[in-house]
Design a binder for this molecule. Structure first.
Ligand code: M6R
Length: 613
């Protein structure tokens, strides 16, 4: 996720900006840059790599007098979304005159249309980013008052933004604005700092203002004048932040994993943004670069992935078979190249990988390409090896995932797979009306996840009862079966409890021998189609004295009678149900691990990105 820092005040801006960027490094980034305003001049340095590389360039290229003399500046760490990680795409971006500079966090959805209009007026663009289009629009509207130009430009923008903008013509003030992407203003003595989160601010002041959507503020050394887009003053509370730096990086959460679990509604909104077309009952996934005719011609899908991404692929199989009538195989990527994988002319291979760097998935991509398959990537990290080597696909836009246990990437993967199945289905036999209904179901996903997060206390209570066990079974049917696998994976990797995910019907074929009063079972009973059979499976477990926690649909009181403990999830469609369900299981695993005192963000023996076979 991109990070923003801005400074205006009575001391040298450079050190404050570089220090702030270092504090934001934990958010993940691929390039960094800063712009200083000194006198009526704007100086910009940016490039790929780390903040320390930027710092070295600053020290090598800018003398001490200048570094200390500049009293205002903006800085940025970029996590690529539009355009690969290159120096040209790094922020700050400038307008066509080179006098205005801006850093941006978020996504400008209508940037293609805006760029076309601006090009017609003679604007030339140096990057592939959506952000550069916005600063050009601001430049186009600039008539000597930066606040007015920014407010006017933002009225034309669809999408999300947190921005900080400076003008060489107005060296004592910067303009910041937010919609959807967080911005915090720090009020110091004779200085004002703005940043994406408080971790970049608290070394300087603990008096902060959290901006709301549609706020536009003029920052000077004396403070912040906050207005709305229509130039009407708004009043925002000044808060006192007591967090230490570690807590600030985690947004006040105890662990990155918990922060990322709670970020899921927003991450999912970013994944869905601009991709649903209710009127046509389809999804817009331009990165696939395949025509409706080509999508209609696909005869078989093969999904390759590892770990959590593999579990997402297994849910995807249900989606593709149900909505697109497409035979779908899900393969452990590690096995793919050691068999004789058959690729036929109309097969499509989908490689799923959060990091885009997993060695086994990458090897499967190369094998499939060598055999002539059409390969698409489903990655979170823009410009990652798998994204580059597939050359086509869909980005998750989930933001960087720092906790080793994958959470928000999984739910965003499911959202993308559902949209892909919808899109391919609409090119085949799915009706427009059914497509529109599915679009509406998909739109509900962030709200469904919010409703599970509100039940955190209920889940903490259940976790408290089972935190001491040695073994756990997770059972599901239909597309809740891979969700059970994912729930078990989450629990084992962060709590070190031995956990097994099983299809509920498979239990009787062996594992039931392990059940007794010391081996609890998590039964996913909220898939309505399989509900009665799950009730029978639960009774089989109870008959062996195994305690059962039921994940049940809100209001399904009769299911609650069959179990010892309950986790409620909201009523929703069969297609979307895996997402709120897995969020409940993520919280359960998290709280069990926390109660057991485990190192949740860096579990033993695990790495975030597995780049060896
Ligand atoms: O980056 P990838 O999605 O390719 O990673 C695959 C697995 O290594 C990853 O999902 C792993 O299983 C996680 N630790 C699960 O939480």
């Amino acid at each position: 996720m991109c990070g923003i820092v801005g400074y205006v005040g009575g001391r040298g801006a450079t050190d404050v900006l570089l220090g702030g960027l270092k504090r934001l490094e934990y958010r993940g980034y691929d390039s960094a840059g800063l712009a200083l305003v000194e006198g009526q001049k704007l100086h910009i340095l940016k490039g790929t790599g780390k903040v320390r590389d930027l710092e070295q360039s600053v020290y090598a290229q800018w003398d001490a007098g200048f570094r200390d003399g500049a009293r205002m500046g903006i800085a940025h760490t970029r996590w690529a979304t539009h355009g690969s990680p290159t120096a040209e795409n790094a922020h700050p971006h400038t307008d066509q005159t080179g006098h205005l500079a801006m850093v941006h966090n978020g996504i400008i959805e209508n940037y293609v249309a805006l760029r076309t209009q601006l090009k017609a007026k003679g604007h030339m663009f140096a990057s592939q980013t959506d952000s550069e289009v916005l600063i050009h629009l601001i430049g186009e509207l600039y008539k000597g008052n930066l606040f007015e130009a920014v407010s006017a430009a933002l009225k034309h923008v669809e999408g999300t933004y947190g921005i900080a903008v400076v003008s060489a013509n107005e060296p004592d003030q910067m303009v910041v604005a937010r919609k959807g992407s967080p911005l915090v203003i720090g009020l110091g003595e004779n200085e004002t700092i703005v940043a994406s989160d408080v971790s970049a601010i608290i070394a300087h002041t603990r008096q902060v203002i959290f901006l709301d959507d549609d706020d536009v503020a003029v920052l000077t050394a004396q403070g912040a004048d906050i207005r709305n887009l229509h130039n009407i003053p708004v009043s925002r509370e000044v808060a006192q932040v007591d967090w230490d730096v570690g807590a600030a990086e985690k947004g006040g959460f105890e662990h990155f994993m918990l922060k990322e679990i709670f970020e899921q509604p927003e991450a999912l909104e970013n994944t869905l943004r601009g991709r649903l077309d209710e009127a046509m009952g389809t999804a817009i996934l331009s990165g696939l670069s395949l025509s409706p005719r080509e999508l209609a011609g696909i005869r078989r899908l093969v999904i390759v992935a590892c770990g959590t991404s593999l579990n997402a692929g297994m849910v995807g199989k249900y989606y593709f078979e149900e909505l697109a009538d497409l035979p779908t195989e899900v393969e452990q990527a590690a096995e793919y190249r050691y068999r004789n994988p058959i690729i036929q002319p109309d097969d499509m291979v989908i490689a799923i990988s959060q990091s885009g760097e997993t060695a086994d998935t990458l090897a499967a991509v190369r094998e499939a390409k060598q055999r002539g398959a059409l390969v698409v990537g489903l990655c979170n990290v823009v410009g990652s090896t798998i994204a580059r080597e597939t050359g086509r696909g869909v980005y998750l836009h989930a933001g960087p995932e720092i906790g080793v246990a994958s959470t928000k990437a999984f739910t965003c993967q499911l959202a993308v797979l559902l949209m892909m199945a919808l899109k391919i289905g609409r090119c085949r036999r799915l009706s427009r009306q059914r497509g529109s209904e599915i679009c509406e179901e998909i739109r509900q996903i962030p709200a469904l996840v919010r409703s599970v997060l509100k039940r955190n206390d209920e889940i903490i209570a259940v976790a408290g009862e089972y935190a001491k066990v040695r073994d756990f079974f997770f059972l599901g049917r239909g597309c809740m079966y891979p969700v059970a696998l994912e729930g078990a994976l989450k629990l084992k990797e962060i709590s070190y409890i031995h956990a097994e995910g099983y299809h509920a019907a498979e239990l009787k074929h062996g594992p039931i021998a392990l059940l007794d009063d010391q081996v609890p079972v998590m039964a996913l009973m909220n898939d309505l189609a399989g509900r009665e059979k799950m009730v029978s499976n639960v009774q089989e477990c109870r008959a062996r004295n195994a305690p059962v926690v039921g994940v049940i649909t809100e209001g399904d009181d009769s299911a609650a009678q069959h179990v010892n403990g309950v986790i409620h999830v909201p009523r929703c469609s069969r297609l979307t149900a895996p997402i709120p369900t897995v969020v409940a299981l993520q919280l359960f695993a998290y709280h069990v691990a926390r109660i057991r005192g485990c190192p949740i963000d860096q579990p033993r023996n695990l790495a975030k990105s597995v780049t060896v076979e």
